[in-house]
Design a protein around this ligand. Structure first.
Ligand code: SAM
Ligand code: SF4
Length: 328
């Protein structure tokens, strides 16, 4: 049975950021020059992550997701995947990646025990993709998607952050990909985060608007459920094999069904995406804490989960942990 927080929400999902580094600089996530990087010693080792994960899974959190920064830039990631996959009680082990390095790694990741991937892709136009990521090649991501499919990392989900005036004219193109070749696409409302919350104020497109645009073109969408433990709502175009999901952190307050904890690359357990301070598990791990003591810290982090955040009404302060260190 999963552990419940103070508001009776079952907590079953842990997002693990393995690095704060990234090979892209998406305009809504990172400044062009990057963010101040953690020192090597500040970052949890794979053994430390796995030890903590074992304690956390023991509390009933059975779904683990590896994220970053860009997780695939951290060396030897397969080793962490093997360690996590071997923990009794892990029911799902997935990763969120920008896909740039995926083509050359998908087979090894699957072999190590990774079950599936979510790939972030905001544009299907090479020039625009390059502009939004400030350095990426669309072709690399498309090859990564194909390699993930071949390696059986399914269902591959494509995450699209929609920004008005930048890529919102591509929502129908993405929706068409759910018909052929059958992608699973999720549209995400842009959140007001560092480095520049203005992307979210000027560029915010409510999920409902996107849904209406898609319906105006493709006809009524059919709601489908049972598509995972996350906050997305899923639909299908008539006759499509893929799905369309909407993740609406601004227009829909899904805090009441929040089921997650986040571990930052430097070993802070964050009760909420908007938490400016976490529970420091790194110090405990490095000072010989027992499993019992670690467990108490995890329970403390779960106990600190607020009933909800006011995303949309407030932005994270400039001193808050950057998104690229939390992992979305
Ligand atoms: N680098 C990996 C990637 O891009 O998939 C993993 C880390 S990234 C921080 C995780 C997710 O957060 C991505 O899907 C990204 O699009 C999303 N994200 C980053 N900044 C965001 C923002 N301001 N609003 C909404 N989503 C954001
Ligand atoms: Fe890197 Fe992911 Fe942030 Fe883009 S969204 S800059 S790929 S961490």
């Amino acid at each position: 049975m999963p552990y419940c927080d103070a508001f009776n929400r079952p907590i079953e999902y842990l997002r693990i950021s393995v690095t704060d580094r990234c090979n892209l600089r998406c305009i809504y996530c990172m400044p062009e020059e990057g963010v101040p990087q953690l020192e090597h010693e500040q970052i949890l080792s794979y053994e430390e992550i796995a030890r903590l994960a074992r304690v956390i899974v023991g509390l009933g959190l059975s779904k683990l997701r590896i994220t970053g920064g860009e997780p695939l830039v951290r060396k030897g990631l397969e080793r962490l995947i093997e360690l996590l996959a071997a923990i009794p009680g892990v029911e799902d082990l997935s990763m969120t990646t920008n896909g740039i390095l995926l083509a050359g790694m998908a087979d090894r990741l699957a072999g190590a025990g990774l079950r599936r991937v979510n790939i972030s892709l905001d544009s299907l136009r090479p020039d625009r993709f390059q502009a939004m990521t400030r350095r990426g090649r669309l072709e690399d991501v498309l090859e990564g998607i194909a390699a993930a499919e071949r390696a059986g990392l399914r269902p591959v989900k494509i995450n699209v952050v929609v920004i008005r005036g930048l890529n919102d004219d591509e929502t129908l193109d993405f929706a068409a990909r759910t018909v052929s070749p059958g992608w699973n696409v999720r549209f995400i409302e842009v959140m007001p985060l560092a480095p520049d919350p203005r992307w979210a104020s000027d560029g915010y497109v409510p999920s409902e608007e996107i849904r209406q645009r898609i319906e105006a073109h493709f006809g009524r969408l059919r709601a489908v459920d049972g598509q995972g433990a996350g906050p997305a709502r899923y639909y299908q175009i008539d006759g499509a094999s893929g799905t369309i999901g909407f993740i609406s952190p601004i227009s829909e307050h899904f805090c009441f069904r929040c089921n997650r904890l986040r571990l930052t690359a430097d070993g802070q357990l964050l009760p909420c995406l908007m938490s400016e301070q976490g529970v420091d598990v790194r110090s405990a791990l490095r000072s010989g804490a027992s499993d019992e003591a670690l467990r108490a810290l995890v329970v403390q982090a779960i106990g600190a989960k607020p009933s909800g955040h006011r995303l949309g009404a407030v932005t994270r302060g400039p001193g808050a942990t950057p998104m690229s260190r939390i992992g979305g």
